[in-house]
Design a protein around this ligand. Structure first.
Ligand code: FA5
Ligand code: MG
Length: 454
């Protein structure tokens, strides 16, 4: 994917985010509709399921070992979000179609890992061995029941001091700590090899012996299995299923890639017959720890999606609900109690399709484009389309699906057809208002994205 993306119409010279004013530039792509989310802090709102879920997970990590950071501001530098974590320059995550840029050097954090380095640096002075960071994160993404441009992550890390210890002593210490942990109530149905990915050996980070990496990886996996076993027994209790609460949660470990950990894994949980990815994790690359001033330590880190876990734990069917001001939603949750969410009646859906040509006609480009689409921003990026629809329909759009795509055999142009599903969580939409929204989508598509409607 190229990094081109639509410029914002009528871009002001500055943008104020959570009370701080930043200069804008050709990279800025934060729509005004996103601004209110920066001060919502669902993870700190009493009784809110995102806050409750955060607290339940936090309770599994002793406060004497794991420092808590829950108010780190969402605007971070490109260095914090990507460079310091070893993201290659051409990583897709850096593109303007995936990430919200405040300006060339500043972004809305796309993950809580953006705070790793600074926290590694300060932990030692605070006498802590680990941290938990919970925060809102921002990504340009698809529209459906499990994706929202703002969601919440919890990042955890645990460092082990290796100063003045032999490698064997360090390994023994990590394994002893592991043995002292509670045995998680999980059944590991499938597990990738610690150091292999489909038969290919995984690189153990430079500076780690096999034994060290293995001990840290096993400690990490044990800790996270404990988290899911606790969360899922809570979920079973919430529906009054005492037997299910005693049953082992089925999990699987899948090998993964992150630029800042090696080896890396994802943990998936079997829930209602489906495998769901709940977190990514791994052994922290030693060069990144060294760079953060922690040469004398080795450790692990993980990042989990709080919405994903809350949706499972409470049975919440649509990610938009977390942002609802409707008492029928908010009124159902109490701190310290997990009770299954009772869905209020669903309002009718309304499907609208929009089809358009993207790109230029073959041979039309250089010649000046007889009838070809000028393509104001160049290439078509799906996330730009999603953002445009969100900007118009907001939470009235439940999902957007690509239902047809083909290339015209003669002109070489591509046709796309998307189906937009309009449905409010709170009321029945009128035909007129849906028609009006759809008309706006059509006109902005033409004006801003330079496509040709069919
Ligand atoms: C990360 O963001 C890494 N920073 C995680 C990490 C931390 C790895 C520390 C290693 C060490 P990823 O993009 O896969 O990884 O997201 C992590 C979790 O966030 C996912 O497993 C999922 O639970 C949640 N998540 C990701 N995207 C979304 C989304 N659009 N909506 C809701 N939850 C999401
Ligand atoms: Mg992932």
């Amino acid at each position: 994917r190229s990094s081109s993306s639509q410029p914002l119409p009528d871009l002001p010279n500055t943008i104020t985010l959570a009370n701080i004013t930043h200069n804008t530039d050709s990279h800025t792509n934060i729509p005004p509709t996103l601004l209110p989310y920066l001060t919502r802090n669902l993870h700190l709102t009493p009784h809110h399921p995102i806050s409750n879920t955060r607290q339940i997970i936090e309770s599994l990590f002793p406060a004497s070992t794991f420092a808590r950071y829950n108010t780190l501001p969402p605007v971070v530098t490109v260095a914090q979000n990507f460079d310091c974590l070893g993201f290659p320059q051409d990583h897709v995550g850096r593109s303007r179609s995936d990430t919200y840029y405040v300006n060339k050097h500043t972004v809305l954090r796309t993950h809580t890992s953006a705070h790793q380095a600074e926290k590694f640096r300060t932990l030692e002075n605070e006498g802590m061995e680990g941290y938990l960071i919970s925060a809102d994160v921002y990504r340009r993404d698809a529209i459906d029941k499990s994706h929202y441009p703002v969601f919440h992550q919890m990042e955890g890390a645990r460092l082990f001091d290796r100063k003045g210890k032999s490698s064997g002593e360090l390994v023994d210490e990590v394994l002893k700590d592991l043995e002292e942990m509670e045995v998680p109530n999980v059944e590991v149905v499938e597990s990738c090899d610690l150091f292999e990915d489909g038969g290919n050996p995984v690189q153990i980070a430079k500076g780690h012996s096999v034994e060290e990496a293995e001990a840290v990886a096993r400690h990490l996996q044990r800790q996270l299995e404990l988290v899911v076993s606790k969360v899922f027994s809570e979920a079973a209790l919430a529906v009054g299923d005492v037997n299910a609460a005693k049953e082992k949660v089925k999990v699987r470990w899948v090998s993964a890639y992150f630029p800042f950990t090696s080896p890396s894994y994802e943990l998936e949980v079997l829930w209602n017959g489906e495998w769901l990815e709940v977190l990514g994790c791994g052994v922290i690359r030693q060069d990144l720890l060294d760079y953060a001033g922690r040469k004398g330590s080795i450790g692990w880190a993980f990042g989990l999606g709080i919405e994903r876990i809350a949706m499972l734990m409470y049975g919440i069917p649509d990610i938009r609900l977390f942002w609802s001001a409707d008492e029928r939603f908010k009124g159902q949750f109490r701190e310290g109690v997990v009770k299954r969410f009772e869905a209020f009646s669903k309002y009718p859906q309304c499907f609208k399709d929009v089809a358009f040509w993207v790109g230029e006609e073959r041979g039309a480009g250089a010649a000046g484009g007889a009838g070809g689409v000028e393509g104001k921003g160049g290439e078509f990026h799906e996330n730009d389309f999603m953002e445009l629809v969100r900007g118009i329909g907001g939470d009235l759009v439940e999902d957007v699906k690509l239902i047809d795509e083909f290339t015209h055999p003669k002109s070489g142009r591509k046709s796309m057809c998307y189906r937009i599903n309009y449905r409010s969580l709170e009321r029945t939409l009128t035909n007129e208002e849906v028609d009006e929204l759809q008309a706006k989508v059509r006109s902005q598509l033409e004006e801003r994205m330079g496509v040709q409607l069919r």
